[in-house]
Write a new protein. Structure first.
Length: 307
């Protein structure tokens, strides 16, 4: 490891490209060097991320080369670390910064690490952290399996290049259960007033469609509509050819069309379209649904806390 290590605080826009390049360079299929690049870019482009603390994210550099990045996602008290191989000697310094300088309110701070991040795990353990809980996400290995679920009758696929943003916003809103709190139509009326919460929720979804993040690959999204033309299911796709990674985010189905096989059909479309491009892995989520339809790998998220 070089002795010419410097640091800088993360700056939105100016540092997003270099962080993306760093994360794609150190990507490992078991996430042993940290999360894939779309994980961070999707967060900073989303309305749900609290951006008040982005200046606390920190980049470590060896000359002009990024060698480590510590950042939060949601909640802002969770610290993630991507570390370039051969720079494990920085682990203590990075963990100390995360513990003492990054957001943490009333003992809520946690380090979210993956089993292969041995140097960072050792550093948090020596500071008194222990695994508070573990999450398991499912992943799909293209070389070890296949998904081939058909599109149910009565539904059709929408070209993502000609999708209607408001219909997509409604699909997101209802697909993620928000109608239980406030129907989408009521929110659409309130955005013309002074309700900032409504505006952020409504336009945040539209903004992701109308002003996509720089590395998004919206042409690989799958949008399924019902017989009336309303969008019933959406599966987003970030295709990262450098890593042969199909990063699926997000996936949702509106309540009245759940259980009909739409999500399985959408993921099958991703497999059919991306396999010829050389895809090796596709991400999923923690629901047993993924294993049930044929996802065949796991990613373990370890949440380390004190006490």
């Amino acid at each position: 490891m070089s002795v010419n290590i410097t640091t800088k605080q993360f700056q939105p826009l100016t540092d997003e490209g270099r962080v993306w390049d760093f994360m794609t360079e150190v990507y490992a299929e078991d996430w042993s060097n940290g999360v894939p690049a779309p994980f961070f870019e999707y967060a900073i482009a989303s309305a749900w991320l609290d951006k008040n603390y982005l200046f606390m994210d920190r980049v470590w550099l060896d000359g002009d080369r990024v060698v480590a990045f510590a950042f939060y996602e949601n909640p802002c008290t969770d610290v993630f670390i991507n570390l370039r191989p051969d720079y494990e000697a920085l682990a203590d310094e990075i963990v100390e910064y995360g513990e003492t300088q990054m957001p943490g309110f009333g003992g809520e701070k946690a380090f979210v690490l993956f089993p292969g991040q041995a140097a960072l795990i050792d550093a948090v353990q020596r500071r008194g952290y222990a695994i508070a809980h573990e999450e398991v996400d499912h992943a799909f290995d293209f070389e070890a399996g296949n998904l081939d679920f058909p599109l149910p009758q009565g539904f059709h696929v929408i070209d993502p290049q000609s999708c209607e943003p408001e219909k997509l916003a409604r699909c997101f809103w209802r697909g993620f259960g928000n109608d239980e709190r406030e129907p989408f139509e009521n929110w659409a009326e309130r955005v013309t007033g002074d309700d900032w919460t409504a505006q952020r929720s409504y336009y945040g979804v539209l903004g992701e469609t109308l002003a996509p993040p720089p590395h998004s690959t919206y042409d690989h999204n799958v949008i399924i509509a019902d017989g009336t033309g309303e969008y019933a299911c959406f599966s987003g796709m970030w295709w990262v050819p450098e890593n042969r990674l199909a990063y699926m985010e997000p996936l949702c189905t509106v309540p009245e069309h759940r259980g009909k096989g739409l999500a399985a059909a959408a993921l099958s479309m991703h497999v059919r379209r991306l396999r010829p491009l050389g895809a090796r892995r596709m991400t999923g989520g923690g629901s047993p649904f993924y294993a049930h339809i044929g996802y065949n790998r796991e990613i373990h998220w370890l949440h380390w806390r004190k006490g």
